[in-house]
Design a protein. Structure first.
Length: 163
C-alpha cells in the first residue's frame, strides 16, 4: 500500500510486452533521478487499497484489463515524461490515468503534465516573475535620479555660460 500513499502514480497497460522490455523500463525508473517503481497490480486490489487510503476518486474509478502501477517519490513531471517516453512507439503501453497530489488525471492530462518543463525550470520562471517588478522599480528610480542629474547639469551649464 505504500506504493500509492500520497505519491504520484501513473496506471498503464502493458499486455504484450516482453519481460526484457518491461525489466528495462523498471531499471530506468529505478535510476536515482526518478526513484520510481513499476508493479503489476490486480485492479480489485488497487481499488481496495485506494479506498483504504482515502483515495476515493481512484477507488471509484472502473478499471479493466491489465494494470501496472508506476509510482515515484520525486517529481511527477519527470515521472510522466519517463512513462511517455517508454510508451512512445509501443502500442501495448497506454496510460490509463494518473493521480498527482490527490487529483485524478486523465490520459490527456497526464500527457499534458509530461509536456511541462522540469521542476527546476518552473521554479526559475517563477523566480524571474517575482524579480521582474523589483527590477522595473529599480529602472524607474534610476531614470528619475538620472533625470534630476540631467536637470542639475543643464542648470550648472547655464550658470557657467551666464558667468
Amino acid at each position: 500500500m505504500d506504493l500509492i500513499n500520497r505519491k504520484p502514480i501513473i496506471l498503464i497497460t502493458y499486455k504484450g510486452l516482453t519481460a526484457n522490455v518491461f525489466n528495462a523500463f523498471r531499471a530506468k525508473l529505478a535510476e536515482p533521478s526518478l526513484n520510481a517503481v513499476c508493479r503489476v497490480v490486480p485492479n480489485t486490489l488497487l481499488r481496495v487499497a485506494a479506498g483504504q487510503l482515502g483515495m476515493d476518486a481512484l477507488a471509484n474509478t472502473p478499471l479493466a484489463g491489465d494494470t501496472a502501477l508506476v509510482s515515484g517519490a520525486g517529481d511527477p513531471v519527470a515521472l510522466a515524461k519517463a512513462v511517455r517516453e517508454f510508451a512512445k512507439g509501443r502500442d501495448q503501453v497506454k496510460i490509463k490515468l494518473s493521480v498527482v497530489e490527490g487529483s485524478l488525471l486523465s490520459e490527456a492530462d497526464t500527457y499534458a503534465l509530461a509536456d511541462l518543463p522540469p521542476r527546476e525550470v518552473l521554479l526559475a520562471q517563477v523566480l524571474g516573475l517575482l524579480q521582474a517588478p523589483a527590477q522595473q522599480l529599480v529602472r524607474v528610480l534610476n531614470a528619475k535620479v538620472a533625470s534630476i542629474v540631467y536637470v542639475l547639469k543643464a542648470y550648472g551649464d547655464k550658470q557657467t555660460k551666464a558667468a
